[in-house]
Design a protein around this ligand. Structure first.
Ligand SMILES: Nc1ncnc2c1ncn2[C@@H]1O[C@H](COP(=O)(O)OP(=O)(O)O)[C@@H](O)[C@H]1O
Ligand SMILES: [Mg+2]
Length: 355
């Protein structure tokens, strides 16, 4: 059983802050995805948790026990953390069964216990039929499963995975995502899963932590992240849509925010208590719909680009009141206007970014 707790965690390389002021608690048994663009500090954060880097600020606790703070480090092998990376690092001269059993052998387990745990790990990862093969005779997905089984065999209460599917093709990734979800259900381990793929994070995680330039931007369930992004970075990074400058006037009796957007009054959602004034709002494509150009409360616009997406067309719309702005709307193929056409946009919702 392992809760993971990071408090004010920081790590610098020279004058570059790779991880800064990270506060995060991952509950026992939770599946947390750590999501962010390349270079934002994900791997460094994971290496800090595993014990391969020493923090220069803050602390790390696993299962209520402090394992790291500046100047005091518990070595990796004493943290009971399982690791899975994208490079499988399997022993090429050993069979699948030998690879999986290797950590148990090193730990000096009695033979009967070793066989029991090895076979259980092979079964959990669907590798029973491949026990005698060498890694060279396996597909990429099978090799990744061996790496997973080798981690699982130690029954670690905390498992860290660093982009484990990044080397696999799209179909295999979908299948392996299911395996990771199944692995999590069966073991009940606390999991921190690094990815730069938001679809993967959404499919797998209880909560997603979005990281940017070494800092956590938001930690929330996938739906909350999409519908109520805490920052413009999160709104832009998760899903599609548009960010627009607007003016928050105040809240109406039903809790909706009254907002002025290019001289039109629209009603959006906002965090209660947010002060009136200039704001940035996130408008998702499904919150916009096409209508006649000149109705009341309608935003007249022109189609700048129409990109076919298979069944639907992505429309890049330029409001007449704001030629520098751009709104994304997805319209079924049959009713989609073409480039240059004049349309009306009805705004059915949106979210005021709180910061
Ligand atoms: N050992 C190191 N020495 C110097 N800079 C490093 C080292 N490891 C990582 N960095 C830098 O820290 C930043 C975060 O890297 P990393 O944690 O690998 O990001 P991510 O995994 O999100 O792509 C990057 O700018 C990277 O160049
Ligand atoms: Mg990385």
């Amino acid at each position: 059983m392992a809760e993971l707790r990071l408090q004010n965690l920081g790590k610098r390389f020279g004058d570059h802050a790779a991880v800064e002021a990270v506060e995060l608690t991952v509950a026992d048994g939770e599946f947390l995805a750590l999501l962010g663009p390349s270079g934002c500090g994900k791997t460094t954060l994971l290496r800090l948790i595993a014990g391969f880097e020493e923090p220069d600020a803050g602390s790390i606790s696993i299962a209520g026990r402090e394992v790291a703070r500046p100047g005091r480090q518990l070595p990796p092998e004493e943290r009971r953390v399982g690791l899975v990376f994208q490079s499988y690092a399997l022993w090429p001269h050993m069979s699948v069964a030998e690879n999986v059993a290797y950590p148990l052998k090193v730990a000096g387990l009695p033979r009967a216990e070793l066989v029991r745990r090895r076979d259980a790990a092979l079964a959990t990862t669907g590798l029973e039929g491949f026990a005698g093969r060498r890694p060279a005779d396996l597909s990429g997905g099978q090799r990744q499963r061996v790496a997973l089984a080798r981690c699982l065999v130690m029954e670690p209460p905390l498992v860290l995975l660093d982009e484990p599917l990044a080397n696999l093709d799209v179909h295999l990734r979908a299948a392996m995502q299911e395996e990771f979800a199944g692995f999590h259900d069966k073991t009940g381990a606390t999991m921190v899963y690094i990815t730069h793929d938001q679809a993967e994070a959404m499919a797998l995680a209880d909560r997603i932590a979005v990281m940017h330039q070494g800092r956590l931007q938001q930690v929330a369930a996938p739906r909350a992240l999409y519908n109520e992004p805490a920052t413009a970075m999160v709104a832009g990074f998760i899903g599609e849509g548009s960010l627009v400058e607007a003016e928050l006037l105040g809240f109406e009796a039903d809790g909706r925010a009254a907002v002025t957007l290019w001289d039109r009054r629209v009603r959006l959602r906002a965090r209660p208590g947010q002060a009136p004034g200039p704001v940035v709002a996130s408008l998702r494509p499904e919150q916009l719909s096409l209508t006649a150009p000149d109705g009341p409360d309608v935003l007249p616009a022109r189609v700048r680009r129409a990109v076919y997406r298979g069944g639907r067309v992505a429309l890049d719309l330029v409001p007449e009141a704001a030629p520098e702005a751009s709104l994304l709307l997805l319209e079924p193929e049959a009713t989609a206007p073409g480039p240059g056409e004049r349309v009306g946009i009805a705004i059915g919702g949106g979210w005021v970014i709180p910061e």
